[in-house]
Design a protein around this ligand. Sequence first.
Ligand code: B1M
Length: 212
Amino acid sequence: MDEIVKQIYQGIIDGQQDVVAAGVEAALQAGVPARTILAEGMLAAMAEVGRLFEEGECYVPEMLISARAMKTGLAKLQPSLIQTDVKAAGTVAIGTVKGDLHDMGKNLVGMMLEGAGFKVKDLGVDVAPETFVSAADEVDVIGLSALLTTTMGSMKTTLEALDAAGKRSKVKVIVGGAPVTEEFARQIGADGYAADASKAVALTKSMISSMD
Ligand code: B1M
């Protein structure tokens, strides 16, 4: 791994916002591709933080501090990460489902969608099914994110609420997040599943073109 990328990786694990911000700037200046910084420096570091938490080697406050450092780095990386060439048409409402406070994956997906030209309405975290239902009138696609196995059920509840409100056929619903799988998406009746932010962009594009 590139020395600067290693510095970003370690900075996120240690929760050092300044180190991460300076590292991202230096890496970009040195010509390291934004996607390499994201994958090898940032996402790998958060995966390691998750492993440390699971093993009881770090706790919620440390996870939170690492998350803050990652957010600082992401803000620096954002302009280089988003592709501004081809503009796609369409609107997407995205949110982390009820009971779930994790927002970085959702933010990254939103950021990449915006970069691809979509108009994105960020509904935030811990989003109630009714909020997604209200958004259904204004958008083409709804994106649901969940990071906890315990909140995956909120995705199903949200789809049921859309159905009950008679709005299910008005929008495409895509789902994603670490515990979510293609099979789960199919089981709950979502229109699509994406494993990461780039795949979410490709999926959204295909959803919108299928609506034409
Ligand atoms: Co939490 N947490 N956390 N946490 N946390 C996990 C998810 C966990 C796997 C850690 C572990 O045990 N290894 C575990 C869940 C276990 C499980 O359910 N199986 C866990 C737990 C248990 C908890 C708490 C319950 C801890 C506690 O309080 N005891 C608690 C729950 C709070 C709540 O939500 N109600 C909690 C709290 C927190 C913090 C607040 C401290 C913090 C979040 C800060 C924040 O988001 N602002 C936090 C963090 C940082 C993590 C880990 C370490 C990192 C998550 C992250 O941001 N990753 C995480 C461990 C892990 O994931 N390995 C963990 C980076 C992010 C860019 O990736 O979100 O996966 P990710 O998004 C990816 C893809 O999943 C996908 O694209 C993104 C980019 O590639 N994607 C989509 C995501 N959404 C998508 C939507 C799409 C498409 C793709 O379409 C719409």
